[in-house]
Design a protein around this ligand. Structure first.
Ligand code: DX5
Ligand code: ZN
Length: 224
């Protein structure tokens, strides 16, 4: 049996002047989730959006919204993002000293809880927290910008995380984020990913969002 592959367009590469329309195009094209990248200019060298934009996106789509928090001290903002309409909140392992407490807090807000790992952060560090998680996000680029090149050595890490998930928390989703396109999607799915965050290859696709999502589905069909 093959695993169902979910596609989560990242609005980072969308046209922000017509964000609502772009989100609706993605929904119509069969996207599974909307991925919103929150950056604070400290944890990553870029600044993006906050709860106001999450709430605006909430108003235009029925899809689950996953918020990827690339911010220091994420605990300070978790409630605000949950209230804004996030369906899931993903914090970076590197930003949480008391990760177990943070994850419990996210779950207590009634939303899905995820942990993201930077490329240099080892998969093994998930072992003690995995059974509390709904989602693991393996970064396949260094976080901060869209349109970067996929780091091929992350494939081994995706395999390791998939093994741990199978052993400890089978319902947990394994998401990858960064440099995913029709060349890399088959590789990450074969390695064990089941949620693909895609920014540039969806919103920057020359034939449009619908064609982009269709080609991602085609290239991963029957894999995983
Ligand atoms: C990068 C973000 C990604 C980004 C991915 O820090 O976390 O979600 O939008 O963009 P692409 O798919 O263009 O690499
Ligand atoms: Zn992201």
């Amino acid at each position: 049996m093959t695993r169902r592959i979910c596609i989560a367009p990242s609005i980072l590469s969308a046209d922000f002047a017509r964000l609502g329309e772009q989100v609706q195009e993605a929904e119509k094209a069969g996207a599974d989730f909307i991925h919103i990248d929150v950056m604070d200019g400290h944890f990553v060298p870029n600044i993006t959006v906050g709860p106001l934009v999450v709430n605006a996106v909430r108003g235009v789509t029925d899809l689950p919204i996953f918020v990827h928090l690339m911010i220091e001290e994420p605990d300070r903002y978790l409630e605000a993002f949950a209230q804004a309409g996030a369906s899931g909140l993903c914090v970076h392992w590197e930003t949480c000293t008391h990760l177990h407490r943070t994850i419990q807090y996210i779950s207590s807000l009634g939303v899905m809880a995820g942990v993201a790992l930077n490329p240099a952060t080892p998969a093994d560090l998930l072992r003690e927290i995995l059974s509390y998680l709904d989602l693991v996000l393996v970064m396949t680029v260094n976080p901060g910008f869209g349109g970067q090149e996929f780091i091929a050595s992350m494939l081994g890490k995706i395999e390791l995380v998939r093994q741990m998930i199978t052993e400890l928390q089978p319902a947990c989703m394994l998401e990858v984020d960064g440099g995913i396109n029709t060349e890399t999607a088959p590789e990450v799915v074969t390695a064990g990913a089941n949620v693909l965050v895609v920014g540039h290859a969806v919103f920057g696709h020359e034939e449009g969002v619908e064609a982009a999502i269709r080609s991602l589905r085609e290239c991963t069909s029957g894999l995983g």
